[in-house]
Write a protein that binds this ligand. Structure first.
Ligand code: ZN
Ligand code: ZN
Length: 343
């Protein structure tokens, strides 16, 4: 099968021919129909993620069709249209038994610890736990967006921040996950203010229903002004010391900060004013992907039209464009919204 692979961190990947995968007894093979191009793929490619072994096939947000099923799989059949979260859970650890598959103690991740979805096919292990059937109304491109960025925003706002209608949500960083967060928060009935350095990204956020403020030294003051004293919920959807600190600083008393953007490499240790966290009883929450169990409600929202992941899409590209699209993230994005490759 054809796959995008790199032999060294930071060297432009090539398109190679690899043996077609075979499913383990508990797993399935999915023929990829669409795969997202995500900043986390870029982090892995730059060598920021020490779980990646070379040579490596990236890609962790995908949808496609099941083409082979292991002997012990009970619930998944060949020919099904499916997706899966980017955290492949074991199904049996304490976290999985509690329904928190997104923090499975024995998790594997396609495009990080396993070969990913920048390929014609990939293996999904523990398929009875991880595979999610797609209704016909949800297209492969939309579904590819659900697994990482949209699902991550959904989990961050609902399961972690417990967002309520009428609350103010501030979103720092309007890339794929940030724009998804704007859409999820608006659909939840929240009022949203979004900040980014990119004018194009802010226009996308405004079109989704957010008040838009530029990300600069005055961003926190602007958010506090727009929200009348600070946000109830604030997300760092980018992942940097600056956006993380801005998110915390933008909160009103008893506000909830959710760290969604990965803090890696030089950005790993943001300075958080813990004095304010105490005085204002702020909550600092981490958020990591989405549990398998949350998909049903999210997909219902998509089918009903309350959530429209297609509105967070930027452009679609071809399989052959994947190496360049990965490398292009060295530079600021030209177009706002998610890039999804369609095979
Ligand atoms: Zn991703
Ligand atoms: Zn587990």
């Amino acid at each position: 099968m054809r796959a995008v692979q790199y032999d060294q961190f930071g060297s432009v990947p090539s398109i190679v021919d690899l043996p077609a995968p075979v499913p383990p007894a508990h797993g399935v093979v999915v023929r990829v129909a669409a795969t997202g191009v995500c900043r986390s793929d870029w982090h892995a490619w730059k060598g920021h993620d020490d779980s990646v072994r070379l040579p490596h096939v990236p890609g962790h947000e995908f949808a496609g069709v099941v083409t082979a099923v292991g002997a012990d799989v009970a619930r998944v059949v060949v020919g099904s249209r499916v997706t899966a979260p980017f955290v492949f859970a074991c199904g049996t650890c304490d976290q999985c038994r509690a329904g928190a598959t997104q923090v499975c103690s024995r998790q594997q991740q396609p495009g990080f610890t396993l070969a990913g979805s920048y390929a014609e096919s990939l293996v999904v292990p523990h398929a009875d736990v991880n595979v999610i059937a797609l209704p016909d109304e949800v297209g492969f491109v939309e579904a590819a967006a659900l697994g990482c960025r949209f699902g991550t925003a959904y989990h961050a706002l609902h399961a972690r921040a417990r967002v309520e209608a009428g609350e103010w949500v501030a979103v720092f960083g309007c890339g794929g996950v940030g724009l998804s967060a704007v859409a999820v928060a608006v659909a939840a009935g929240a009022r949203v203010v979004a900040s980014d350095i990119s004018h194009a990204a802010l226009e996308r956020a405004a079109a989704l229903g957010a008040e838009a403020v530029p990300m600069d030294d005055l961003a926190v003051d602007r958010v506090r002004a727009v929200t009348g004293g600070g946000a109830d919920v604030a997300l760092d959807a980018f992942g940097s010391r600056v956006t993380s600190a801005a998110s915390v600083a933008s909160l009103r008393p008893r506000g909830r900060h959710v760290q969604v953007g990965l803090l890696l490499d030089d950005e790993a240790a943001p300075v958080i004013p813990m004095g304010r966290v105490i005085a204002d009883e702020l909550e600092l929450l981490g958020s990591h992907g989405i549990s398998v169990g949350e998909y049903a409600a999210m997909i219902d929202d998509v089918v009903a039209g309350r959530l429209r992941p297609q509105e967070s899409l930027g452009r679609t590209i071809a399989f052959d464009d994947l190496p360049d699209a990965l490398a292009a993230m060295d530079r600021p994005a030209v177009t706002a919204g998610m890039t999804v490759a369609v095979f």
